[in-house]
Design a protein around this ligand. Sequence first.
Ligand code: AMP
Length: 422
Amino acid sequence: MNKKTVRDITLTGKRVLMRVDFNVPLKNGVIQDDIRIRAALPTIQYVLQQKPKYLVLMSHLGDPKKDTQKAKEKAEKDGKPFDGAKYIEGKHRMKPIVERLSALLGRPVKLAPAAIGDETKAMVDGLGNGEVLMLENTRFHKEETAKDAADREKMAKALAAYGDVYVNDAFGSAHRAHASTETVAHFLPAVAGFLMEKELAYLSKAIENPAKPYVAIIGGAEISGKIDVIQNLMTRVDALLIGGGMMFTFCKAQGMEIGKSLLEEDKIDLARQILETAKAKNVRLLLPTDCLVADKFDNAAATKVVPVKAIPAGWAGVDIGPATVDAFAAEIRKAKTVVWNGPMGVFEMPNFAKGTMAVAQALADATKTGAVTIVGGGDSASAIAQAGLANNVSHVSTGGGASLEYLEGKVLPGVAALNDAK
Ligand code: AMP
């Protein structure tokens, strides 16, 4: 990474403004997983050791407008009452996060009433030496995500007024050009934190200089979200393994019947093209040969293992089968670089999780024999945690969308905006 980091600037006596990604899952105000908070601790602790004037932290938390609309529609459909203010309180306010951060840091962390505004500015100005303040959810302000650059700039300038330097450690939000992730970096000296640095170091290894054999495993529900990453990785890897719901569109593209399995009708041609390109370029693209089918989309459904060529009508594929698990695991165990993005089946249901758990185990085994193994964020990160193997791979990314875009070869705006290292 040719960007400046917190190591490259003086922080002592400075007013430090830092973007983190504390977008953690919350249920009724209770944190379900605090890995993103823990992941930012090394940078926060380093900044505080440098004795800054103060540290102001900011993050988004969910998407208040979109989430509320969705929850309201669901409540209406279920005929249940919906209290918008209470929903926001339990899902989008930073209070539980500030409490967890304070406990993890072992020092008080103040909470501002908003990200910008007179009251918050006064609170920031009143901070004592070495104090830590967290701003309220940046996405409560529409300027944060505004399409119009002038609107984003308005908010970014208000944020920049809190600091002498800007630190971005929010890798999980680096693919978004928002006021607090990108725009603000144009108004202050802007450097990366340690998490940002570490994420980019691992992911760039997989993009620029992978030790071979290099194996990528792509899964998840749909091809549409992963097309670019499939195309970009296809020319770099020694083998590309495809599982998850998207495998069935590839099966269909080869003329197979797939019963009630997930199908992206409008992506069949694209799947066919990918198969042809793989053939033309001599890429080893491995598709499952067998799968687990269920008669219902339910953990208690009747299930059986069938060859992908013989999926019975009325049944849906919900996981890769044992022969595929063996073939995929063998590829992964031989590899020296492994990138994994997307589950192999509906792993949220324990009876459909075997394939995903086996891939997680194969990654752990490959790591033991010296491979660099990288798990893209989102569902694959949950899956490796569910397998109890999060500490047995080289790197679990805290950013689902961000890691995917990086692997697609895209520039992350939050990174691009930081100051270049000399
Ligand atoms: P994505 O966000 O595209 O990575 O998709 C993750 C989701 O794909 C998870 O919630 C899985 O339950 C789902 N998924 C994986 N395999 C299947 C499948 N065979 N059928 C339906 N959904 C699947």
